[in-house]
Design a protein around this ligand. Structure first.
Ligand SMILES: O=C(O)CCC(=O)C(=O)O
Ligand SMILES: [Fe+2]
Length: 343
């Protein structure tokens, strides 16, 4: 994940209160229950006030991460003609290949992406009302030869870390450790490799336009080119997510907002580009099973705090966000506000 560079040094001039919280996960493993309780409290605080935090000592082996990053860079360094062989729009139902991804924001981002699956099932249709699934048949590039294995190994580490974070987050909401696990039995998670080439007019473009992530949480690895920014929950202030070596950035996603009955709010975030250098970013989206019905967790609602969302289908929500893009302008893109209960 590289060393500090100018972008990070610039970020270091931020007011200390504007640093995205960095949480050391090693204490959550310890037999010392005070250590674990401390981590749970830090995570709860960060989810509530920020919607984003970074984790260090997360248990993902550094060599595995570095091997994966190298394979990604080799893939993106190929001529466009090679990468285009993997294009998404050859098969609109195959969500796991090379393309440029705007993910329902209906604008183009300054980037190229490669999506890789962890999910075993995928939608059978672009029709939002059809939430049936079929077995996912991912496409993998031939070059570099280690690419597939590196992505799969990384995906498995991300899955492990996601479940660990899910437990800590459940506890931070006062729920049993495994209360949210059932929603992820056949989870539809995926990884995304992002490459933003240097941009001649960075003031006119974004690597990723402002959006929230649809799933439960996102684990993102950014490089030292920086550029990632989040809108802090507590005051709506846009802040850079400072680069921390060997850390992962964790975003609260839409589904956590619903389950927590809006105690935690999905993070609005974006990424800037710059004219001097390329940037790489690797989000991993931890998504529930396609058939899950989304609604606030019963134990977190009562007469004083009634449910803030009506029940809806995750599969339908996901399909609309995945396929309601700028090539499908007539397709309705579902947002959380469509399910909000206003009093
Ligand atoms: O470009 C980035 O670093 C942000 C990526 C992102 O937020 C996403 O793909 O959902
Ligand atoms: Fe995102």
């Amino acid at each position: 994940m590289g060393q500090y560079c100018d972008a990070a040094t610039m970020q270091a001039t931020l007011d200390g209160n504007d640093y995205v919280p960095v949480i050391d996960l090693s204490a959550s493993n310890s037999s010392d229950s005070n250590g674990a309780a401390g981590v749970v409290a830090e995570i709860g605080d960060a989810c509530e006030k920020w919607g984003v935090f970074q984790v260090i000592n997360h248990g993902v082996p550094l060599e595995l991460h570095e091997r994966f990053e190298l394979a990604m860079k080799k893939f993106f360094a190929q001529p466009l003609v090679e990468k285009r062989k993997m294009r998404k729009d050859i098969d609109p139902l195959n969500p796991y290949d090379y393309g440029y991804e705007e993910f329902s924001k209906k604008v183009e981002d300054w980037k190229e992406v490669f999506d890789f699956p962890l999910e075993k099932e995928m939608p059978v249709s672009c029709d939002t009302n059809n939430t049936q699934t079929r077995e996912a048949i991912p496409q993998w590039p031939e070059y570099p030869p280690e690419f597939r294995e590196a992505c799969e190994a990384y995906g498995r580490e991300m899955e492990k870390l996601s479940f660990r974070l899910l437990e800590l987050i459940s506890m931070s909401l006062g729920l049993p450790k495994q209360r949210l696990h059932g929603f992820f039995k056949d989870h539809t998670s995926m990884g995304r490799l992002i490459h933003c080439p240097p941009c001649p007019t960075p003031q006119l473009a974004l690597g990723t336009h402002a959006h929230t992530d649809v799933g439960a949480l996102t684990i993102l690895s950014q490089d030292d080119a920086g550029g990632l920014e989040g809108q802090r929950t507590i005051d709506g202030k846009w802040l850079p997510v400072q680069f921390v070596p060997n850390a992962y950035v964790i975003n609260v996603g839409d589904m956590l907002e619903v389950w927590s009955n809006k105690k935690y709010v999905s993070l609005v975030h974006r990424a800037k580009v710059n004219s001097e250098r390329e940037r790489f970013s690797i989000p991993f989206f931890f998504n529930p099973a396609q058939y899950v019905t989304m609604e606030p967790i019963e134990e977190l609602t009562n007469e004083q705090t009634p449910a803030k969302y009506r029940a809806f289908s995750w599969g339908k929500y996901y399909n609309s966000r995945k396929y309601g893009n700028f090539k499908n302008p007539d397709m309705q893109v579902l947002r959380l506000k469509h399910f909000r209960v206003f009093d």
